[in-house]
Design a protein around this ligand. Structure first.
Ligand code: FAD
Length: 372
């Protein structure tokens, strides 16, 4: 069961705010979040707050989990990245696992263990059908062999949910990060989300129980779409958070800083940046809220609404963070400033969980089907 602690949205936001404090910049510079902070977040179930109460989770709706994700994203995109990975691992187990697998693994994720999800490989980025990692049955075990790249949270992880080829189809498998044959090597100097524990992961003949294979024998496209849906909505809410942080920095600075005898906010070209940031934040939030509503109502629109929210929010976050740096100018032109961090972090959001171009292909396919 989840440890005693905050459970409602307001309490969870207060808990996250207290834990993060003013430390996000220090974590970014150090390239790591202190282990006790990660463990406390994990133990409270905050990293995967949508896990149902019957599996020991907080059982938040997608809408509430989204607001929690946006709050954390407004303070620290690295920690928000851990929420995305852990939530995606839990969602994968929930969607692809059977009841014994859900009962075995979800309480671990909701109760303190940290997880990462591994799809990408040197030869398989946007095109995950090119995955070369193999999950080979061998008696009561499977043997996992392959190379994964850029795995968020892998440096902190107890568990890895690894996707790979399973005969002529695909599967995911739960691999303990401490299993013999697993090697985790930190990605040096990432552009942004620098404390998110990105790593290259090698799996050299790693043997795990066959009972830990999830969704075996389905197509790669079906498996990864199920898992990535969570990653996309989480990133989208994180981008709404980045925009909220930029809006706060820009509004404060534009009111305080004077040039040509009046506050920057009274120069109309600066005011336009403020207006565009507000519009961007509102659009991103509305798109995310709509997608979450689809999740909470189990609407068939859920997948397309999620892709749309991720696409729109990440593009607005990139443009909004750039505008924020422009308004703060030299005041924001230091790596340690929140708008500089937002600028670096936001760009990565256009690459992960389906790049902007891959989202465009999916949205075009949806439009061509829906409006034919
Ligand atoms: P490529 O696939 O080589 O694409 C290069 C460019 O070409 C992109 O702009 C892409 O949009 C474009 N492109 C590719 N195909 C097409 C097409 N058909 N049409 C139009 N344009 C196209 N992976 C994981 O498995 N787990 C993680 O936790 C994880 N976390 C990550 C965190 C970060 C910060 C980063 C940077 C990456 C992470 N990744 C993770 C990997 C990420 O999923 C891939 O980087 C992403 O899928 C893109 O793959 P790629 O980098 O190989 O780019």
């Amino acid at each position: 069961m989840t440890a005693t602690g905050p459970t409602g949205l307001d309490e969870l936001i207060a808990f996250a705010g207290d834990m993060i404090g003013d430390e996000a910049d220090a974590w970014d510079r150090a390239g790591t979040i202190p282990d006790d902070v990660v463990r406390k977040f994990a133990a409270q179930g905050v990293l995967c707050a949508q896990v149902p109460a019957r599996y020991g989770g907080l059982g938040l709706t997608s809408a509430d989990n989204g607001e929690l994700t946006a709050f954390v994203g407004s303070r620290c995109s690295s920690l928000r990245s851990l929420m995305t990975s852990q939530g995606m691992a839990a969602w994968t187990i929930q969607r692809l696992g059977d009841k014994p697998q859900r009962t075995a693994h979800l309480p671990r994720l909701a109760g303190g263990e940290v997880a990462a999800v591994a799809f990408s490989e040197p030869g398989a980025g946007s095109d995950l059908s090119a995955m070369a990692t193999t999950i080979e049955p061998d008696g009561d075990s499977v043997v996992v062999t392959g190379e994964k790249v850029w795995i968020t949270a892998a440096c902190y992880a107890d568990l890895l949910v690894v996707f790979g080829r399973y005969g002529s189809q695909a599967a995911a498998v739960v691999v303990p990060a401490s299993a013999p044959g697993v090697t985790v090597e930190r990605v040096p100097e990432p552009l942004g989300c620098r404390a998110a524990g990105h790593a290259f992961v090698r799996l050299d003949g790693v043997r795990v129980p066959a009972a830990d294979v999830l969704g075996g024998g389905q197509s790669t496209a079906l498996l990864v779409t199920a898992a990535l849906a969570y990653g996309r909505i989480s990133v989208a809410w994180g981008c709404a958070g980045i925009l909220r942080s930029c809006l706060a920095s820009v509004s404060g600075h534009a009111r305080r800083r004077e040039q040509f005898g009046k506050p920057l906010a009274e120069h109309q070209l600066v005011a336009r940046h403020v207006a565009e940031l507000l519009a961007a934040e509102r659009i991103a939030t509305r798109m995310c809220a709509h997608a979450s509503q689809c999740w909470d109502m189990r609407s068939p629109e859920m997948v397309s609404a999620t892709v749309l929210a991720k696409y729109v929010s990440s593009r607005h976050a990139v443009a909004g963070a750039a505008a924020a740096v422009q308004v703060l100018a030299s005041a924001g032109a230091r790596n340690s400033h929140p708008v500089a961090r937002a600028y670096r972090d936001a760009k990565l959001m256009e690459i992960i969980e389906g790049s902007t171009e891959i989202c465009e292909l999916m949205l075009a396919e949806h439009a061509l089907g829906a409006f034919a």
